[in-house]
Design a binder for this molecule. Structure first.
Ligand SMILES: NC(=O)c1ccc[n+]([C@@H]2O[C@H](COP(=O)([O-])OP(=O)(O)OC[C@H]3O[C@@H](n4cnc5c(N)ncnc54)[C@H](O)[C@@H]3O)[C@@H](O)[C@H]2O)c1
Ligand SMILES: C[C@@H](O)[C@H](N)C(=O)O
Length: 320
């Protein structure tokens, strides 16, 4: 039987792209996308979509039973900046929601993938580089909920044999989907503003260095880790990385293609404080050694790919 997945929170920055990749690999009807938001028509007509609120346990159970779900990708979350703006909702979605997902997965013997983040580390973690195993004392509700998810998933694995798998993603950069309110969002916005207006106002200081990754690498890593034979995994939670850069360095790389781009800085204090507590470089050597993780996109390829994509989109919009 081919696995069937519902990526919960599937309409966010990452879910639609993951569903596309999984559908290519496992067949369209075997991958169900779900969210609490109304899908745009290109998503609705591209394959199965259902409403699912991760806070509604009975609804989750019904979906798993009725669709004979075998693998589950849990993407629903409030990200770092929106989480700080709404702590109680972040607590519900990121912690209570995770409890529901863990129980459903354990009850029905599902393989479960839950992403974590560079935000699961904090100011007392080693920041340059940050290894897999070290102090984790994040100062955001987002980070606290992600450390909780890592620990609960690993506990369910050891206690109940749940096939829990987790990758700590860096900031993810994508051209055709928008970020959902995180600290690394500037690294997506710069491309759109550069192409549309030739100006970009950055909300982080010019020298704020953070780990980042192009979306194709992130989604490929996710599928590779989900499919990795269990005996290649010496851990259940791995750092993955591709590159690290600061706003200044990213702007310089974009200016190689668009020399007239003007960048100014208007610092968002909440996001800056978060970024200053996160890893600057991410040590992902365990992922590389255990299951062969390897990124394709460094900074120059990322910039070229993003500008090609957004540039051709805006040329199409102009001719229509
Ligand atoms: N994008 C990144 O840079 C990044 C980096 C590290 C980790 N991650 C993790 O990857 C996952 C996906 O991230 P994303 O960027 O796509 O997030 P996003 O904010 O873009 O999307 C989250 C989705 O969750 C949905 N959601 C909210 N409450 C829900 C509920 N009660 N039930 C069901 N769905 C609900 C939202 O409608 C939204 O579509 C998250 O767990 C995030 O922590 C993302
Ligand atoms: C890094 C990641 O978890 C997310 N993009 C955020 O900034 O909140």
């Amino acid at each position: 039987l081919p696995p069937s997945f519902p990526p919960s929170g599937g309409l966010g920055q990452l879910g639609v792209g993951l569903a596309k990749r999984l559908r290519k690999r496992f067949g369209n009807k075997n991958v169900i996308l779900s969210d609490i938001r109304k899908p745009p028509s290109h998503v609705f007509y591209s394959g199965p979509f259902i409403y699912s609120d991760i806070l509604d346990y009975k609804n989750l159970r019904e979906i798993v039973v009725n669709n004979r779900i075998t693998w589950l990708v849990h993407y629903s979350a409030l990200l770092s900046a929106v989480g700080e703006a709404n702590v109680s909702l972040a607590r519900d979605v990121n912690i209570t929601g995770l409890h529901n997902i863990l129980d459903i997965a354990a009850e029905h013997g599902l393989r479960l993938f839950v992403p974590s983040t560079i935000g699961a580390f904090g100011p007392t973690s080693p920041r340059n580089p940050t290894p897999d195993l070290c102090v984790q004392r994040p100062r955001t509700i987002y980070g606290v909920s992600k450390v909780h998810a890592e620990l609960m998933g690993e506990y369910y694995h050891h206690r109940y044999g749940l096939d829990f798998r987790c990758l700590r993603y860096p900031g993810i950069i994508s051209a055709d989907s928008q970020p959902g309110g995180g600290t690394t969002d500037y690294a997506v916005a710069i491309f759109h503003d550069a192409v549309k207006t030739g100006k970009f106002e950055c909300n982080l200081k010019p020298d704020t260095r953070l780990p980042m990754m192009y979306i194709d690498d992130c989604l490929r890593a996710t599928v590779e880790m989900m499919e990795a034979p269990a005996d290649t995994l010496s851990m259940r939670t791995y750092n993955i990385n591709a590159m690290s850069f600061s706003p200044e360095e990213l702007a310089q790389e974009v200016q190689k293609q668009l020399p007239d781009l003007e960048v100014t800085y208007d610092i968002d204090q909440v996001r800056q404080a978060i970024a200053d507590s996160w890893p600057m470089n991410f040590d992902d050597s365990n992922a590389r050694n255990d299951w062969g993780w390897k990124h394709d996109y460094d900074l120059p390829e990322l910039v070229q790919t993003m500008l090609n994509y957004i540039g051709s989109d805006s040329r199409i919009a102009q001719t229509n």
